[in-house]
Design a protein. Sequence first.
Length: 1036
Amino acid sequence: MHNRKNPDFEGFIAQAKEIFKDRIYTDYLRRFAYGIDASCYAYVPRVVVRAVNESEIITLFTLSQKYNTPLTFRAAGTSLSGQACSDSVLVLANAFWQDIEIIGNAESIKCSCGVIGIEANEALKPYGKKIGPDPATINNAMIGGIFSNNSSGMCCGVKQNSYNTIKSARFILHNGTILDTSENASPSENLESFLQTHKDKADSLLALREEILQDTELCELIKRKFAIKNTTGYSINALLDFSEIKDIINHLFIGAEGTLGFVSSVEYECVEDYAFKACALLFYKDLALGAKAVELLAANESLVSAAEIMDYACLDSAKGLDSAPSELGQIESGACAILVQLESSTQKELDSKIAHISQELESVPSLFGVHFSSDEKTMASWWKIRKALLPLAAGSRPSGSIVITEDICFPISTFAQGIDSITKLFNQFNFKGIIFGHALSGNVHFIITPNLNDEKESQAFAEFMEAMVDSVISLQGSTKAEHGTGRMIAPFVEKEWGAKAYAINRRIKEIFDPHSLINPDVIISDNPQIHTQNLKQSSEVEDFINQCMECGFCEKVCPSRELTLTPRQRIAVRKEIARLEALLAESTKSTQKPTHTKNAQILEELKKGYKYFGIDTCATCSMCSLSCPLEIDSGKIASKLSPATKGTFSRFVATQSAKHFSSTLSLAKGGLHIANFSSNILGKNTLSNLSKKMSVLPYIPRSLPRANTYKLESKDFKHSHHACRDEALGARVALPQRARPTPLREQSNAWDNGAQSQVAVIYFSTCINRAFAPQSSLKDTRALQEVFESLCKKASVSVAYPQNLSHLCCGKAYKDYPQSAEAKRKEVYKALDSSVKELQGKGVEQIHIVCDHSACSYELKESIKELDSTLTILDMPEFIESTLLPRLHITPLDEDIALYAMCATRKGKWDKSLESIAKTCTNGEVIIHSKTQCCGFAGNKGFICSELNASALRELSEFYADKQKGDSRGDSVCGLESQAESGEIDSNLESPSNKKQRNKKLQFGFSSSSTCEIGLNDKTNIVWQNLIYLVDRVSK
């Protein structure tokens, strides 16, 4: 349908560059990377543009019409049918489209197109509500895509999908017109204005409606097709279901896959998020018995929220998950499972549902009986299996194959036949596949992994698709239930719907997109082979990333997602480099010189750009592995490739600095002295701005720490009682006198008496914290070590520093120099092992090893595991929570505080320790920006690649700025930024006894990483320090 004649991309790009500046991308690396989505298609856009507001979308439409260049809009890129791909102009509308407005008492919620589905639900959680659509990708998919694909999912079925829960929306049409269908739309954008300026479109839609109403056969077809899940073609049921033009337009755009215009925001009616839930994971001998159970559940649809079916191949692929139940190891080939969920507003009603459904299911023999659970962890573990099936299946695919995901639906009356027909097609065309889906809706997903480089398999796939479509149609099903038509089913829309209904689809497209410039070849295409063209080609790369299927689950947690590349994009570019290398190696044997030259140029460009985009700006935080169902850590790419970029001189310097580490640290402190001296003369802002402009210098932040001059000496804080209030007697036990500093090697006599009851900590203070002390503008400028010793003194816990500490480093500072890193790790192990044995020799039984920087703690924990499983390393927050807090008396503050759990604490799963400590230390709110899971400071990258830290903290900075505005309830403080510059902020938090003079504005934030705190201080107007400063302030 699309007229591709004479698109003027050069003209488009030239004019767009004047407007979008650094947000228009024409280099091959970013065009390729940003063009990647979760589908099986590989299209490289001619240009990519990141739009940040509606006026820019209008501009893009204007340029598109002027230069005849097609536009495709992309949100999260989690679509599976090829609807978010483009070989023309790809428009990214995600990071800057995140407004959420809860209306009334959560009767409805208005979300910008870039809001992730789960974020909308999190905002509604306090109201006991949620949005209706619940796709399996809700943790990653954005509202623009959920709406435009009419995505449903686990529980919503047809009743609570976008079509049935939309209240209003805000659209931008091909000519730049904004149509806002909400009740409070402005006069220039409301429906009345549209009807005046676009009467022809309204009349055409109403004429189509009348035409359908006059055709009884067509009316019946539409009613039947949409009685089950159906996203094949446009939502033409809107022309039958509604008579008002507002409702017709609202619902036509649902499931239109971005082919009719741009969806800026959506207002959903909220649905109940029931407080009481129970799940059962039911196992059956085969799919036939499973299908019978589904029929029973469907007959009780009003009582059942969800019923998810999974065949044996699904269950087999999930056996390796941590959450996998033991039953997976007991079932035999051919078995299946159904995950059932019930929901109610009261426990009594839920119990009644459980009893009824359990009794109903007794007639179908199951392998392990029917057992419902309301335990949140158990239910979450079962749902984790279901939601991970697609990437798990893709991850276990054969080498060289690609992932084809299909999504069909049958009436419940033909559901069993439908599953049987798909199984037979697998056998007929020799494909191994998995079958799963939303059984309550008759919705079946299946995945096959053909090797389309093989001519026979490629032909078999084409024939399979034809046979599958015929089979689904014969059983009165839908060839697309919830994933959208895209390119995958576009050639079969007419076959499924018939000529009359298909003509309606084409006319809808012509009404809203008369020049066919909005997402062409999606839903409506004149290319009968579009579904088998431009399929992704598999390339062999490193084993640890080979199985990535580019689902995009990793992207939202990546600190570089707005700056350069996301994990899936890094992997995809890495694979493209490997593919081109293989092609070039092959082409040297042929005479295809023009192709060879072009590929060589592209390869050179990719390799050159990958150093910055793929390596230098990767924080290597591994947050992606926590979000990936396959636990793929794309940070390993940078860890592997970065050492290769280091020259001989760099390696020599690294080796020598590691050998003479004490001198190296002294030099670092000297650098801090010089930087702080320069800052005092020039001013913090001036020095910081100057360092940004001079590329030969590392970035010098405004919140630069001072050099640490505190002398580290082991101390004996042995005491017969804790320094705490005896609540029973109402008396305070006296604090012990200040202990005499005692080096570990001299403590034999001091620690002999009463050693059996003594608690001691071997304090491995990291090199970064031995170098850094708090910035001079803070009133509490004590070194971290001094504060820790203060806490240990109160808790009667002796502190021992390892011998030769000045020479020790956990090895993380040498991550790009593996030999030096390994040498430092071994040195630390020997020192800690020696310290433990020495204390044990003195009779000390309770010995803890504590590290004071969470990133180093994680590094140390991992390396020690490899060297000695008997040594246990605790990060400082873990030690505070488990050992110090029970020995202290806490008088909580009465004010809100900010908290940041750095990536290593999340990776190591002790982030909750920080939250627990913070909540113990304040009666106020502990405010966490949960979306920021890595600050991007990444050790030294905050100094040498400061743009990574700035980009990673953009949302966090805005979040806390908003919190400060909203939480400012008095006039007791001035602007925080000006106080920070003048050094007037008091980091000694107020005493609870002085509440009348308390500053209630959010001022203070806490973390467990001194490097992260540099970036946090630099990018927010909050004073950030280690959490231990808070604990020391409120404890006795």
